[in-house]
Ligand binder design. Structure first.
Ligand code: BTN
Length: 265
């Protein structure tokens, strides 16, 4: 499939990455999965429209063509310690949060991979690990609601927002995109060079619902009611569960409905 635009981004430190922009793809994560062995690491695939954008737990990711941002970046994971690979989706959420702060917003991270503004979802991140020819790659996909309007966000089954809704003006996507890529690559370099410590501190400052009563479901759909106490050193959640006492949660998600029931009551 022919890409419509190829942008070479050269950072001051000499690092080069290429953004390949497509008008329409099924999913940018899926595209990178198919082509990872023939692309340079740090290649970025940007689709103006995704026909089968996907989120965690086989959910769909829908965004407005030409208004929002849907892309994936190919990260080299071969020499990254196994235990740090689980932190990639978190540093992606942290990067988006840091980007939104540049735009004057006050985002928070709904563990592990959602970014919220005013408790509405503005972005989701999905990292998939693939192996090819003895190399390990992280395919880091990000969906960010940039210029979609309130009317289109009402079709999403959870409360959602966009930069445009929050800022009350349109945002130039390419400008925002370049800033975001720089932040992601910087956070990833920090992870590779010194582990999760620094990113963890930054993430903790922005962690949503800390000390609040929430309901959490794990991948087996088991529910845990209680409160988030802390973000552990390895990025798992320290949780005070009403029925089981203090536990660590390492997969699953915070239930959205519960948050809104709580806020509305
Ligand atoms: C989630 O909220 O569960 C994660 C959403 C991730 C969506 C992005 S959009 C770009 C990339 N391509 C996909 O198919 N998914 C990710």
């Amino acid at each position: 499939m022919e890409n419509e635009l190829k942008l070479e981004i050269i950072k001051p430190d000499g690092e080069v990455y290429t953004i390949y922009k497509y008008a329409k793809l099924d999913s940018t994560n899926e595209f990178l999965r198919k082509h990872c062995s023939s692309l340079a690491v740090y290649s970025v695939i940007w689709a103006d429209e995704q026909t089968h954008g996907r989120g965690r737990f086989t959910r769909a990711w829908n965004s407005v063509p030409s208004q929002d941002l849907t892309f994936s970046i190919l990260l080299p994971l071969t020499s990254l310690e196994q235990k740090l690979r689980q932190n990639i989706t978190q540093i992606a959420a942290l990067s988006v949060a840091q980007l939104l702060e540049v735009y004057g917003l006050k985002p928070s991270v709904k563990w592990p991979n959602d970014v919220l503004v005013q408790r509405k979802k503005i972005s989701g991140t999905l990292c998939e690990v693939v192996e090819s020819n003895k190399n390990v790659y992280g395919i880091l996909g990000i969906g960010l609601n940039v210029n979609s309007m309130e009317e289109s966000l009402t079709f999403i089954d959870i409360p959602a927002t966009s930069l445009r809704c929050e800022l009350r003006h349109k945002v130039i996507r390419l400008e925002l995109f370049k800033k975001l890529l720089e932040i992601i690559i910087n956070c990833f370099n920090v992870l590779c060079q010194s582990g999760f410590t620094q990113n963890r501190l930054e993430l903790k400052k922005r962690l949503a619902f800390i000390n609040e009563h929430i309901v959490f479901t794990d991948i087996k759909k088991e529910s845990y009611s209680g409160r988030i106490i802390d973000l552990n050193d390895d990025g798992t959640l320290l949780f005070e569960c009403e029925k089981r006492g203090i536990i660590s949660l390492n997969s699953g998600e915070i239930v959205f409905n519960n948050l809104y029931l709580k806020r509305d009551n």
